[in-house]
Write a protein that binds this ligand. Structure first.
Ligand code: GDP
Ligand code: GDP
Length: 433
């Protein structure tokens, strides 16, 4: 029920180039793993109306060949466990290398859709060379050039067929995902919220269990909790655990309406926390930030205010996200946390009637119109909210191409101020009338 696409393959075959093409120049989330010479990239994209997350499992910069091999094997294994669809990239210039064969051997056992992308097929001559890769005996083949884009449309068409449609969300209970770094206190928070009676689903060794979506009623609220905690393999070293937890976050965020991001107050709001935050934002999910372990923090007059201000700086311009200071241990503000998550859920479903939207917004925008550009004036004539699962607005005007980002942010802020979209990403379009 999720759409996570992982790009795997040995170094230099063009994984990052393909990744950038797949996310269509949208901003990627870069997860720089400290102490390891690589970055992982997460992005969100859509094709033929279906949305998916893309994970580029890593570019490696330096290191010896055996480090590579071990690392790549691990990355491929994680991708196999956690992704729904795998794109295996190979390089027609180099031909089949022993490492390709090794990756292919790992992938051959997998029962998930696998697409082999034979990359760097920049011209017809190279089509002939691509035939060699059929010897790997793997899945469907696509000859592509990530650099000039040829063939990537066909790959995406085929991939999109394997993607799931976005689930209907109307009239359903809110689905909450509790996400955060290892040890932030996710399990403790869930236990504080729903007690120890949560379903414990045991796992068959060596497999990962799927997300479960369990219905609860607590403090008078009905909601579903997405539990992707799973069971971690003991052998996983620290950096894998981080990757694992981010993969888990990607998955549970895809399923949810509101991501409840748990932060460890004793560690502050760090890079990983920020990555998970932006994942939720890019997925247009509601967000509530819980600063957990507040019982451990020595408090002075402005401790809370300063903490909050620092986070709001990091998450700008999406700044009206609720931030709640809790302790899963003492159960401080657990009710407040869930109450707020329900509010954010309601905000995300909010529909502003077109007449009301026009009455309020057009006046305001008339008083503060977009700055004239090349001597031309932008006139906004009409606006409406789209019937999408998350708030999106279209403003019709004469010269949409002259409306710049600062003005879009101004409009977004006004919408937030007037209609309260606290905790919910908003999308704004300017279109020609
Ligand atoms: P990664 O290590 O697998 O992520 O590979 P990169 O995306 O960094 O690409 C490695 C090199 O191959 C870079 O120099 C790219 O410019 C080049 N490259 C990637 N895709 C293509 C392609 O379709 N054709 C050609 N000719 N070069 C490519
Ligand atoms: P998870 O990996 O995010 O699920 O984190 P856990 O819920 O397993 O918590 C990690 C550690 O932090 C455990 O030792 C918890 O007892 C501790 N912990 C969690 N929440 C709190 C809290 O609010 N206060 C304190 N003092 N410790 C906490």
């Amino acid at each position: 029920m999720s759409n996570i696409v992982a790009i795997v393959g040995r170094p230099n075959v063009g994984k990052s180039t393909l990744f950038n093409r797949l996310i269509k120049k949208r901003e990627a989330i870069v997860d720089s793993v400290s102490g390891v010479t690589r970055d992982r990239h997460y992005g969100k994209s859509d094709w033929n109306g279906k949305e998916f997350s893309v994970i580029d499992t890593g570019g490696y910069t330096v290191g010896s060949d055996d480090i590579f091999e071990g690392e790549i094997r691990k990355q491929v294994q994680l991708a196999i466990e956690e992704a729904d669809i795998i794109v295996f990239v190979v390089d027609v210039e180099e031909g089949i290398t022993p490492m390709d064969t090794e990756v292919a051997n790992l992938l051959r056992k997998v029962k998930k859709p696998i697409f082999m992308a034979i990359n760097k097929v920049d011209n017809a001559m190279r089509e002939a060379d691509a035939v060699e890769f059929y010897n790997l005996g793997l899945g469907d083949h696509y000859t592509i050039s990530s650099i000039n884009g040829s063939g990537t449309g066909e790959l995406l068409d085929a991939l999109a067929e394997k993607l799931e449609d976005a689930p209907e969300q109307e009239n359903e209970l809110p689905r909450f995902a509790v996400v955060g770094r290892p040890n932030a206190g996710k399990s403790s928070f869930i236990n504080a919220l729903i007690g120890e009676d949560r379903n414990i689903v045991t796992n068959i060794a060596g497999t990962t269990r799927d997300s479960i979506d369990t219905k609860y009623n607590r403090f008078g609220f009905d909601f579903n909790l997405i539990d992707t905690a799973g069971i971690r393999k003991k052998s996983k070293v620290k950096e894998d655990l981080e990757f694992y937890s981010v993969m888990r976050a990607v998955r549970s965020i895809e399923f949810c309406d509101v991501a409840i991001l748990v932060i460890d107050a004793t560690r502050g709001f760090e890079g990983q926390d920020e990555n998970i935050f932006w994942l939720a934002e890019k997925n247009k999910k509601g967000v509530v930030i819980l600063i957990n372990k507040w019982d451990l923090v020595e408090k002075e007059t402005n401790t809370m205010r300063d903490f909050e201000a620092q986070i709001r700086r990091e998450i700008a311009p999406f700044t009206d996200v609720p931030i709640i200071f809790i302790s899963a241990l003492t159960k401080q503000r657990i009710f407040k946390a869930i109450e707020t998550a329900v509010e954010v859920f309601e905000n995300r479903k909010k529909r502003i009637p077109t007449s009301k939207l026009n009455e309020t917004m057009l006046d305001i925008l008339k008083q503060n119109p977009p700055p004239a550009y090349k001597g031309k004036f932008v006139k906004i004539k009409f606006c409406t909210q789209l019937p999408t699962p998350t708030p999106q607005f279209v403003f019709f005007c004469n010269l949409p191409q002259y409306v710049r980002d600062p003005y879009k942010r101004y409009v977004e802020n006004k919408l937030r101020e007037i209609f309260d979209f606290k905790g919910v990403p908003i999308v704004i379009y300017f279109r020609k009338k």
